[in-house]
Design a protein around this ligand. Structure first.
Ligand code: NI
Length: 164
């Protein structure tokens, strides 16, 4: 496994449509492993292949508190969505920023796993948000296009003041 370099807003690869995965290969399995490692090391809850410079329709997501429930979605497609949620969103490709985005409250996504078997995943709340955010990356879109009320700086946690 290896940590890959995360591409940042302004790089062309983040604006292109990623291509369908037709078959799993050792190289793509390695990519998936690396994407998971890269996401975890950056404390992200999701990562799409274009964010590491690869235009393939692959995303990894883990919204669990202990970061022990990874989802690998290959050729994902949202087949159901309903409801609405508005909340703060950020992206590893847009460091130090966040913004308010409205997304569906509930989605069902159909995808293939690493063995190219089709499955469906249902997501609510943060998982629904992450699925929508990551799938947008596969079509060359960033959440900043959807931000309501402008992009904000993420506040750094204040350093604890020393007691006198
Ligand atoms: Ni992102």
């Amino acid at each position: 496994m290896a940590i890959r370099n995360i591409r940042e807003m302004g790089e062309e690869v983040l604006t292109k449509r990623a291509k369908e995965v037709k078959e799993m290969t050792p190289r793509l399995r390695q990519l998936v492993e690396d994407m998971l490692e890269t996401m975890y090391s950056a404390y992200g809850v999701g990562l799409a292949a274009p964010q590491v410079g690869i235009l393939k329709r692959i995303v990894v997501i883990d919204v669990s508190e202990d970061q022990d429930t990874p989802y690998v979605l290959i050729n994902p497609e949202i087949i159901e969505k309903d409801g609405e949620q508005t909340g703060m969103e950020g992206c590893l490709s847009v460091p130090g920023k966040q913004g308010q985005v409205t997304r569906p409250q509930h989605v069902v996504v159909r995808a293939q796993n690493e063995d190219m078997e089709t499955f469906e995943l249902e997501g609510e709340d943060l998982l629904a948000r992450a699925i929508c955010h990551e799938l947008d990356h596969l079509d060359g879109h960033l959440y900043v296009e959807l931000v309501e009320g402008g992009l904000q700086d993420v506040e750094e946690p204040e350093e604890e003041e020393e007691a006198e």
